[in-house]
Ligand binder design. Structure first.
Ligand code: ADP
Ligand code: MG
Length: 463
């Protein structure tokens, strides 16, 4: 019927707007490279903050001892106890607990959030057996993974620039997050020293380097998205301090805030941005990361319901609820391999109370998921290609086959198979056959936990 034709036309139009032909991806990568230079040249020189992390020495593999980590950066937060066994044993033992953050703490006051974290950590520590107690006079040491933009003043201090990913706690902005955390420790008598404040991307680089010296960058694709990479200290004009002995510095790009006229943005993305907690910001993140992908699909379906009666004469009311389709739901529909797409049917029924969907309708829903995921994955690959360009690892020079490895982590990368394979094949496409042989992508397991513990170990006060 005409109505159905209209719905199909809307999907086709959306597909066109989301297009990421290889030439466009090259423009995005070039723009990323240009912005990286600008962000390194001066403070505020670019939408990319290119933050100096004070991590100028990555783990050697010799790190030993018992260290703690806190991982805060999405909807869950984790406490970890990591036993490092040096080159022979690597990560000898790891115990962790995960707690979901009550939503009211994500938009409340600073001390409420930090008190909550401190309490959970104190509980975690107090439940451990005698053998883990530090000898008298010795403090427990912690790596704090705090995955929001922070202007660091040392390896173990830094002030929050802004919140992202659904957090919005006004009185914490501008404050030293380690100071806030330590205050909460003191209130409850928890004797713990924050030895390293790290971004999850930096933890990911550190974790991956522990086992592989070819690692040059880390990328997170989870609730949000971000990247960090190893830069030559000489290539950071804005750095005022002494040059580190290693000659290197890990840079936290905060690439979620990247934006460029070359990005394929649609009216749905513009609406999502306008209605978000941080309009005008984190545009790259809003078309790539797990927090948003499912909601883009919802927005297109809603428009199809309104303008093409896609789900019948009335618009299903549930479809108007922001974030009701989460990215794991989208991923489940996208991967539905059954001939009648019954996963899609069940999801539409359970989430949206839409019954009796036809196979044709379900197919269109799967197509929408594919369009949104493919755009995000291909743009992520373009971002990675931009980093490789910046550090001169995008081509093979004089036949020299120097290996470069990108460490990836995050729930989106780990669990969304279609996203991951599209990212990997697009990166190969961008690199071309010869260079693709020298660039590897690996999953860096639990960089935000183990990486933070490793950095706490390498910045221990007892070394
Ligand atoms: P965070 O980024 O919050 O630190 P994770 O790295 O675990 O945590 O990523 C969680 C995010 O990954 C979720 O918000 C969700 O968007 C995405 N995700 C988790 N599971 C899946 C899945 N099965 N398919 C697609 N995306 C998923
Ligand atoms: Mg995380």
């Amino acid at each position: 019927s005409g109505k159905r034709g209209r719905a199909v036309a809307m999907v086709r139009e959306f597909e066109k707007q989301c297009g990421t032909p290889i030439a466009k991806l090259r423009q995005v990568a070039d723009a990323m490279d240009v912005e990286m230079h600008a962000g390194l040249a001066s403070e505020g020189g670019s939408k990319l903050k290119m933050l100096i992390t004070f991590v100028d020495n990555l783990p050697s593999g010799d790190e030993k001892g018992l260290f703690y980590a806190l991982d805060l950066g999405g909807t869950n937060f984790r406490t970890l106890r990591v036993h490092l066994g040096g080159k022979e044993k690597g990560v000898a033992n790891l115990e962790s607990e995960e707690v979901s953050i009550p939503p009211h703490l994500m938009t409340g006051c600073s001390h409420e959030l930090f008190d909550f974290i401190a309490e959970k950590l104190a509980k975690f520590v107090s439940s451990e057996p005698e053998e883990f107690h530090p000898p008298p006079g010795r403090q427990r040491e912690l790596g704090f993974t705090f995955s929001f933009p922070v202007r660091q003043t040392s390896i173990s201090s830094g002030s929050l620039i802004k919140w992202t990913k659904g957090f919005n706690i006004e009185d914490a902005v501008g404050e030293d997050v380690v100071g806030e955390l330590t205050k909460s420790f003191e209130k409850i008598g928890l004797d713990m020293r924050v030895a390293a404040l790290v971004n999850d991307t930096v933890g990911t680089v550190a974790r991956a380097r522990f086992g592989n010296p070819d690692v040059v960058a880390g990328v997170i694709l989870g609730t949000g998205t971000n990247a960090a990479y190893v830069e030559s200290a000489h290539a950071i004009p804005k750095w005022q301090g002494l040059l580190p002995k290693s000659g290197e510095m890990v840079i936290n790009m905060e690439w979620g805030n990247f934006r460029s006229s070359h990005l394929p943005l649609t009216p749905y993305d513009q609406d999502l941005d306008l209605e978000s907690l941080n309009p005008g910001e984190q545009i790259f993140e809003k078309i790539i990361s797990g927090m948003y992908l499912g909601d883009i699909v919802r927005r297109v379906l809603l428009k199809m319901a309104e303008e093409a009666d896609f789900f019948g004469d009335t618009v299903p009311p549930k479809l108007k609820i922001p974030f009701i389709i989460r990215t794991p739901d989208m991923s489940a529909m996208h991967h539905d391999a059954s001939s009648d797409l019954n996963v899609v049917g069940t999801k539409l029924k359970d989430l949206l109370k839409i019954n009796n969907t036809s196979l044709q309708m379900r197919k269109l829903v799967v197509e929408l998921c594919d369009i949104v995921a493919t755009r995000g994955a291909r743009l992520s690959a373009a971002g990675i290609f931009g980093i490789l360009k910046k550090i001169g690892r995008d081509t093979v020079k004089d036949g020299e086959k120097q290996k470069s490895v990108i460490a990836l982590d995050g729930g989106l990368f780990e669990h969304y198979t279609e996203f991951r394979s599209s990212l990997e094949s697009t990166l190969k496409e961008l690199l071309g056959d010869e260079a693709a042989d020298t660039v590897g992508v690996e999953h860096s397991n639990d960089g935000s936990g183990i990486g933070a513990a490793l950095l706490a170990a390498s910045h221990s006060q007892y070394l």
